[in-house]
Design a protein around this ligand. Structure first.
Ligand code: PEP
Ligand code: MG
Length: 728
C-alpha cells in the first residue's frame, strides 16, 4: 500500500532454467496480501541445476526508504522477518514553542550522529551535563528549541540522525556550556555512532500486525515470544481523583516536593530488587524523569496559579506524555513509547499526592492480563508464577514493557486490537507471543492442541536441560568443553544450572567500570571468589585481566587521547603501562586459586615480549602468594598472535580466540562501525585461516584452544570451529 517495490531474485542464473522447478502462485497485476505465498520452488532441483541458491532481495525505490534493517543470522522461511523498512515520513510537527532568543549566544552547527536521534538515554546524558552549568541552555533545531536541562523537552524535539542542531546559552558560563555540550552532542551523548538503543529492533516493521483480527483471533505485535494458555484478567489502572484548587501555594509546593522525594525512594527500593541491567536502566530513566526541571516547572507554575499539587502535577505530566504520543511516523516510535514511562512515573507521584496506595496487583493463577497499558513498574512487579502472559492495546516491540516481558520470559503482545478490552474475565484464551495473536474463543480442540504445544515446548526445553548437564560429544565421539562467558557470580550460577562446565571468559572490566577509583584488592578478591565458589573445585574459571583502553576509558586512569584507540593502549598494554594496578588485580585473582581450577588469561597479546613481561610480573606475585597451581593463557585476537601461534604455544598453557577482535583486526573493520560491523564476519576465509593457524600452532605443543568470542554461540559457526580444531 505504501508503494514499495521489492524484487526477489531466487538463485543465481536461474533464468536459464526457463521456469523449471518454479511454480508461480500469482500473476502480474494481482493484488496480494501480507502473508500470501507468491512462488513455490523445488530447492533440490534448483540447487542442482543453477549456479547457486543465493537469493537477492532488492528494494527498487529506495528513495521512499529512510532505513533498512535486514535480518542477520539464521532466517527461517515463512517465520522470520527478512527485511524491515522504515519509510520516509513528513517530518513531525512537534516543535516546542520557540521563545525569544535575545541574550543567547549560539554555538556551531552539529549534525546529530545518534542513529535514533536523542531518545531517552542520550537525552539523559545531555541533560545531566547541561545541569552542571548556571546558564540557561537550549538545544535548537531551526526554529524549534528545547531546554537542554530537561529530558522530556529534549525528547519532545523528536530529533533524528543527521538533524542540524545548535546549542544556545544565556548566562555567566554560556561559552563554556556551549563548548562542552556541543562536543558531547557531536560525540553522540554516550552512544557510539550507529549504536542502536536498548534493543536492536528499533523500528516498526511495515507489517505491524501479524494478521488482521477476526472475531475469534485478535492481532497485535509480538512483544515477547512464547505460547500460553490461561484465563483473562482485565487489569485497569486506578483512577485517581484530585481536587482542582489547592491551599496556599507554599503548602502545595511542599506537598509536591515530598511526593517527588518519596517516589524517588520507592524506585530505589524496586531497583534494589532487580537483577537485570535492562530492568535497572529503565528505572534509572524514571528517576531522571522525576528530576526533570521542565516537568517540575510546569507543575509549579500551575500551583502558583492556585491549583492543588495533584492537579498541577497531573496536568504537567499528561501534557508531556501527550506531546510525545502525538509524534507521527515510524521513526518516532521509540519516543511515543516513552510517553508510557512519563505516565508511569506521573501516576506514582500522583498516587502519593492523593494518598492512594498503589497495591501490588493480585492475580489468580494462570492469568493472561489484558490492559490498555501496563507501566514498567507494573510489569516488573508481576508475579511470574501466576501470570502466564499479557496483552496491552498500547505500546510496541520496543516499549520498555516489551523489553521487561522478554527479560522475565513472559509471552506478551503489545498494540493488540482494542476488542481485547471487552474479553470477559475468566474466559480461556490462547496467547501466541511469537506470532502476536490472541485466540479468544478457542475450541476444546484448540485448547488441547495449545496445551500440547506448550507441553511439547517445555518438554524440549526440559530435555535440553537434562542433556545440558551431559558432556558435549559429537556423533563420532569427539568431546568438546562448553563454558560460559560471565560478568559476575549471578551469571555464573545461571550458567552452571544450564550445564556450563566452567567460565571460559570472566570479563573483569565490570569491576572497574563506572566508578571514580580503581577497585581495591579486597573488593576484587571478593568478586572473583564469589564466581569461583559458584563454580566449585571441579570446574574451570578463566579470569581475563583488565581489558580496557582508549576506546573504553576509565575516569581514574590517565590514558592519553589517541587517534586510533583500537590500535593504542588497550588490553594487556594498559596493564603493563600501569604495573601497580596490574599487580593488585593479579593478587586478587590468585586468592581464588584454592577455590576452583584457576586460569589467568591476558587480553590483546600481540607480541611475545608482552606475554613474557606479563608472565614475569605474574610469576613474582605467585612467588609472593604461594599460589603456583594456575594455568596461564592468552587471548588470540590480534592477527600477529594467530600467525605466530606456534611460538606462543611454547610459552602459554592455552589459547582462547577472541573472534570479535580477531575479525575486526584481520579485516580492518571496526566491530562497532555502523556500516562495517555487519560485514565483519568471523566466517570470512581470512579469519577462519587465522583460527586454523592458531589450532595448528597449539597442537604442536599439546595446548588446547577455546573460543570466547561471539562465534562460539553461533550454531552455524560451531561445526566449523570444531572442524578447525577448537576444543572449548
Ligand atoms: C573478543 O574480542 O572476541 C572477546 C571475547 O573479547 P571482547 O569482546 O571482550 O573484546
Ligand atoms: Mg576482545
Amino acid at each position: 500500500a505504501q508503494g514499495i517495490e521489492v524484487l526477489v531474485h531466487i538463485g543465481i542464473d536461474t533464468v536459464m532454467l526457463k521456469g523449471a522447478g518454479f511454480t508461480a502462485l500469482v500473476r502480474q497485476g494481482d493484488h496480494v496480501e501480507v502473508g500470501q505465498s507468491l512462488i513455490r520452488f523445488d530447492v533440490d532441483y534448483v540447487a542442482r541445476h543453477a549456479r547457486s541458491l543465493l537469493t537477492q532481495i532488492l528494494v527498487a525505490n529506495v528513495e521512499k526508504v529512510a532505513r533498512m534493517v535486514p535480518a542477520s543470522g539464521i532466517v527461517i522461511a515463512g517465520k522470520s522477518v527478512v527485511l524491515q523498512l522504515e519509510l520516509i515520513q513528513e517530518s513531525a510537527n512537534v516543535a516546542l514553542a520557540s521563545q525569544a532568543q535575545s541574550g543567547f549566544v549560539h554555538g556551531a552547527k552539529i549534525s546529530l550522529p545518534n542513529i535514533t536521534g536523542l531518545h531517552a538515554r542520550p537525552a539523559a546524558v545531555l541533560a545531566a551535563l547541561a545541569k552542571k552549568f548556571a546558564s540557561e541552555v537550549r538545544i535548537m533545531r531551526g526554529a524549534d528549541a528545547a531546554n537542554a536541562k530537561s529530558v522530556v523537552a529534549i525528547m519532545g524535539l523528536a530529533t533524528q540522525c543527521g538533524d542540524v542542531i545548535e546549542v544556545a546559552a544565556n548566562g555567566p558560563d554560556a561559552h563554556e556550556a556551549i563548548q562542552a555540550i556541543s562536543a558531547l552532542l557531536a560525540e553522540g551523548c554516550g552512544e557510539k555512532p550507529g549504536e542502536a538503543p536498548l534493543q536492536p529492533a528499533t523500528i516498526e516493521p511495515v507489517t505491524v500486525r501479524a494478521t488482521v483480527s477476526s472475531s475469534t483471533e485478535l492481532a497485535g505485535v509480538s512483544a515477547s515470544p512464547g505460547l500460553a494458555v490461561g484465563t483473562i484478567v482485565q487489569f485497569r489502572a486506578t483512577i485517581i481523583d484530585v481536587a482542582e484548587h489547592g491551599g496556599a501555594p507554599a503548602h502545595e509546593r511542599n506537598q509536591l516536593q515530598q511526593a517527588l522525594h518519596e517516589a524517588r525512594r520507592q524506585i530505589d527500593i524496586i531497583k534494589a530488587g532487580m537483577q537485570r541491567p535492562e530492568q535497572t536502566k529503565i528505572l534509572e530513566a524514571h528517576q531522571e524523569l522525576i528530576e526533570d526541571p521542565d516537568l517540575q516547572a510546569l507543575a509549579l507554575r500551575a500551583i502558583d496559579n492556585g491549583k492543588s499539587a495533584g492537579y498541577a502535577w497531573r496536568a504537567a505530566f499528561s501534557e508531556y506524555a501527550q506531546k510525545l504520543e502525538a509524534l507521527e511516523g515510524a521513526h518516532n516510535a521509540l519516543l511515543r513509547e516513552r510517553a508510557t514511562d512519563i505516565r508511569d512515573i506521573g501516576q506514582r507521584v500522583l498516587a502519593l499526592l492523593a494518598g492512594v496506595k498503589q497495591t501490588q496487583m493480585i492475580v489468580p493463577d494462570g492469568a493472561i492480563l489484558i490492559a490498555e497499558a501496563l507501566t514498567p513498574s507494573d510489569t516488573a512487579a508481576l508475579d511470574r508464577s501466576k501470570v502466564r502472559g499479557f496483552c496491552t492495546t498500547s505500546g510496541g516491540a520496543t516499549s520498555h514493557v516489551a523489553i521487561l516481558a522478554r527479560s522475565l520470559g513472559i509471552p506478551a503482545i503489545c498494540g493488540i486490537d482494542e476488542a481485547a478490552l471487552n474479553l470477559v474475565d475468566g474466559s480461556v484464551v490462547v496467547l501466541d507471543g511469537t506470532q502476536g495473536l490472541l485466540q479468544c474463543q478457542p475450541s476444546a480442540l484448540d485448547i488441547a492442541q495449545a496445551h500440547a504445544r506448550v507441553a511439547q515446548q517445555s518438554a524440549i526445553s526440559e530435555q535440553e536441560k537434562t542433556q545440558a548437564l551431559a558432556p558435549a560429544t559429537t556423533t563420532d565421539g569427539h568431546r568438546i568443553d562448553v563454558a560460559a562467558n560471565a560478568l559476575n557470580a549471578a551469571d555464573t550460577h545461571a550458567a552452571v544450572a544450564n550445564g556450563a562446565e566452567g567460565v571460559g571468559l570472566l570479563r573483569s572490566e565490570f569491576l572497574f567500570d563506572e566508578r571514580d577509583t580503581a577497585p581495591s584488592e579486597e573488593e576484587q578478591a571478593n568478586a572473583y571468589s564469589a564466581v569461583a565458589q559458584a563454580l566449585g573445585k571441579e570446574r574451570t574459571l578463566i579470569v581475563r585481566t583488565l581489558d580496557v583502553g582508549g576506546d573504553k576509558p576509565l575516569s581514574y586512569l590517565p590514558l592519553p587521547k589517541e587517534d586510533n584507540p583500537f590500535l593504542g593502549l588497550r588490553g594487556i598494554r594498559v596493564s603493563l603501562d600501569q604495573p601497580a594496578m596490574f599487580r593488585v588485580q593479579l593478587r586478587a585473582i590468585l586468592r581464588t586459586a584454592p577455590l576452583t581450577k584457576l586460569h589467568i588469561m591476558f587480553p590483546m597479546i600481540a607480541t611475545l615480549e608482552e606475554l613474557r613481561e606479563a608472565k614475569a610480573i605474574l610469576a613474582e606475585e605467585q612467588a609472593a602468594s604461594g599460589h603456583h597451581n594456575v594455568q596461564v593463557g592468552i587471548m588470540i585476537e590480534v592477527p600477529s598472535a594467530a600467525l605466530m601461534a606456534e611460538q606462543f604455544a611454547r610459552e602459554a598453557d592455552f589459547f582462547s580466540i577472541g573472534t570479535n577482535d580477531l575479525t575486526q583486526y584481520t579485516l580492518a573493520m571496526d566491530r562497532g562501525h555502523p556500516k562495517l560491523a555487519k560485514k565483519a564476519d568471523g566466517l570470512h576465509p581470512s579469519v577462519l585461516k587465522m583460527i586454523q593457524l592458531t589450532c595448528e600452532g597449539a597442537r604442536k605443543y599439546g595446548k588446547w584452544v577455546g573460543v570466547c568470542g561471539g562465534m562460539a554461540s553461533d550454531p552455524i559457526c560451531v561445526p566449523v570451529l570444531i572442524g578447525l580444531g577448537v576444543q572449548e
